[in-house]
Design a protein. Structure first.
Length: 678
């Protein structure tokens, strides 16, 4: 038996849970439920992430204390999670005495190992709200790729990391005003001292290969960036004991909340924290989104290693959720709160749909509502539940046959697939597991169809045959539900009630039920009504419109200097504009040109096997390694140009005056190589 400590990222206490958040918590809950079914000891730990400036700003606006905000949001979060069948073994708060104690312990270890340095820095300050601004409360234009509306720590488009001060045209999200720069004392953790350890750990198989490759770039070119872990007061959080007036940044105490919350669970259950966070007998598994992998795979393991806590055995990393192929949007009504979904749809629909999409890879998943309806109605209602609804009513009086009938090897086939389905669950390949389960359902339904119990019931001489056929069908149904139980706990409960035996163990799939009475069949799941989805989207759109109407307008205060330096050219016609064929392309290789001072040689993919060789004069602003994988815009129909270094077969589009101020233009997420621009 394995001992597993499993966590999801801690939801922030300043906002409600939405369907994008639920990808992670459902992914984790499914994995934990599976582990418990196969006999492992697993605890699922989570908590609200409660500190930071946003909580204070909201509390002031509402005339309440931060603690009141936290308590209300914790209740709302747990209600939403509970309604979706997400079962935590303990749900806590980072604003706890237990978490403070663990912060102090880890901080003392960092101090002992001389990992902390104090510096005076320039920091953005909101003059209206009278607070220094954390990264998450600044938005602006990325200094690397010029993508607008990016957060204050890293660009969602090109992946560059930077400080909020580096943003172009920064704006405070708290007030909508332009912040000013002020000096403040900050404390930094020097994770470069653990460079070799972190390099080895991130490449050890603990992370998905996509994430390991992404992180490898941080170790190749320059020292690891020191981690700024303090914020000057006023700040809602824990004051640093040996640095009065400074508080630990929320990203310091939030992951420590995993340990602090485990301590609360240990205290309530007579357990020792050392058995869970300082033991080789316990596997720690984190489930997180790709947007916070930097913190969880560099800063967090550095803290754990220094303080002598267990390192994660596996960090499971998922992508983002899109809806109908596009980013979640308030204006389109696809930014849907969990509570709004629950007003209209069965939570088990979403559990199943997400499971069909999730894999062990770091991939975005799309919630396509048309596919959502089809999968639930066809797979669950039409194939799985259909087995019970078409047979249970015929044996409500007689019950199941005393001995399991000859079914031509069907039950044996179902039982033998349990190991493969379990392996898929273990790896996180839920989509693969769902496909195997549906394939089994496709074997079972022809059996019912060919034996037609609704016809057998008309002939009293075939009563035993009827009972046998229904016994087979209900056992095949039960086996499917056992395999689906981690995903559909509600259906598993109803099935246990119908057949008189609770579904608790994976091994139950190896033994058929016989010689027992069954309960009267009750409808287990209704088909999805598309009108409910339409109503949900429309109501979400109306709520978003109301929020936007109440939000303050922002003054971006963009300078006119760039336009003054390079005025707009002569007027052209639409025909002139259409002459250049602009295409989205992906940089799949980038190399220095040793003989050229300004050039980088790029291999651009236009999709499929179509590639172009392009020489771009961007060497002063970009390193070749940081360009690989990036989407750019190219002039695809430019005549080839023969150069001393080779032939350039196009041009990529950039802005800026030159030198280090060159900024490649990139399409938004969702664009694909080969698409025309314009």
């Amino acid at each position: 038996m394995r001992q597993l400590l499993v966590t999801s990222a801690l939801p922030y206490a300043n906002g409600h849970i939405h369907i994008g958040h639920l990808v992670e918590y459902l992914q984790t809950d499914i994995w934990v439920r599976f582990q418990k079914m196969v006999g492992n000891r697993a605890i699922y730990i989570c908590a609200d992430d409660t500190h930071g400036t946003a909580i204070t700003i909201r509390a002031q606006a509402e005339g309440r204390t931060e603690e009141q905000i936290i308590a209300d949001m914790s209740a709302a979060h747990q209600a939403d999670f509970g309604a979706f069948g997400i079962e935590f073994d303990h749900y806590g708060s980072t604003n706890s005495e237990e978490n403070l104690a663990k912060c102090v312990e880890i901080w003392a270890a960092l101090r002992r190992e001389d990992m902390v340095e104090e510096r005076e820095i320039d920091q953005l300050y909101d003059t209206e709200k009278h607070v220094f601004l954390a990264d998450r409360f600044v938005r602006g234009t990325c200094p690397k790729c010029q993508s607008v509306d990016q957060p204050g720590d890293n660009c969602g488009n090109c992946g560059a990391t930077y400080s909020p001060n580096d943003l172009i045209n920064p704006v405070s999200t708290l007030s909508g005003t332009t912040p000013e720069i002020r000096k403040a004392v900050h404390l930094f953790v020097q994770i470069e001292k653990l460079h070799a350890f972190l390099d080895e750990w991130t490449q050890s198989g603990t992370l998905p290969s996509e994430s390991a490759n992404y992180l490898k770039n941080f170790f190749l070119n320059e020292p690891l960036r020191d981690w700024d872990i303090s914020r000057p007061g006023p700040y809602f959080g824990f004051q640093i004991p040996d640095s009065p007036g400074n508080f630990w940044y929320v990203w310091f105490d939030a992951p420590i909340g995993y340990i602090g919350t485990t301590q609360q669970w240990c205290d309530a259950n007579g357990e020792k924290i050392e058995d869970w966070w300082k033991s080789d007998q316990t596997e720690v598994h984190h489930f997180i989104g790709k947007d916070i992998q930097y913190f969880h795979t560099l800063f967090w393991p550095a803290m754990l290693k220094t303080a002598g806590f267990s390192l994660p055995k596996q960090v499971h990393i998922h992508g983002f959720l899109t809806v109908d192929g596009e980013k979640m949007s308030k204006s389109r009504g696809t930014f849907i709160r969990a509570s709004k979904y629950l007003e209209h749809l069965n939570p088990e629909y979403l559990r199943y749909y997400y499971a069909t999409k999730l894999s062990s890879r770091v991939e975005d998943i799309d919630l396509n509502f048309e596919e959502f309806v089809a999968k639930v109605n066809s797979d669950l209602v039409g194939k799985v539940i259909n087995l019970a609804s078409r047979t249970a009513k015929f044996v409500q009086d007689k019950g199941l046959s005393k001995e399991y009938p000859d079914d031509g090897g069907l039950f044996e086939t179902f039982s033998s697939k349990g190991a493969d389905i379990a392996a898929a669950y273990e790896k996180g390949d839920y989509g693969k597991a769902m496909r195997m389960i549906v394939e089994l359902a496709d074997l079972a339904n022809p059996y019912v169809e060919s034996n037609a119990p609704w016809e057998l019931r008309k002939d009293e001489s075939k009563a035993q045959e009827l009972q046998d056929v229904c016994t087979v069908a209900l056992n095949l149904f039960r086996t499917l539900v056992i395999y689906l139980a981690p995903v559909l706990p509600g259906l598993a409960t109803k099935t246990g009630e119908l057949l008189g035996e609770e579904i608790t163990s994976w091994d139950q799939a190896t033994q058929p039920l016989t010689g027992r009475s069954i309960a009267r069949f009750q409808h287990m799941m209704q088909r999805v009504d598309p009108r409910r989805i339409e109503a949900m989207v429309e109501e979400s759109k109306e709520e978003a419109a109301s929020e936007i109407a109440e939000s303050p307008k922002q003054d971006w205060a963009d300078s006119g200097d760039a336009l003054a330096e390079t005025p707009i050219g002569d007027e052209i016609t639409i025909e002139d504009f259409l002459k250049p064929d602009l295409r989205v392309a992906r940089i799949i290789a980038a190399n220095e040109v040793p003989e050229a001072r300004k050039l980088i040689q790029l291999t651009l993919s236009l999709g499929g096997d179509e590639t172009r060789n392009v020489f771009a004069g961007i060497k002063s602003a970009y390193e070749p390694e940081e360009l690989i994988g990036r989407l750019v815009v190219m002039v695809a129909n430019l005549a080839p140009r023969k150069m001393k270094f080779g032939v350039s077969e196009g041009m990529i589009i950039a802005s800026g005056p030159g030198g280090k101020d060159i900024f490649l233009l990139s399409p938004d997420e969702g664009a694909v190589p080969g698409q025309r621009v314009g």
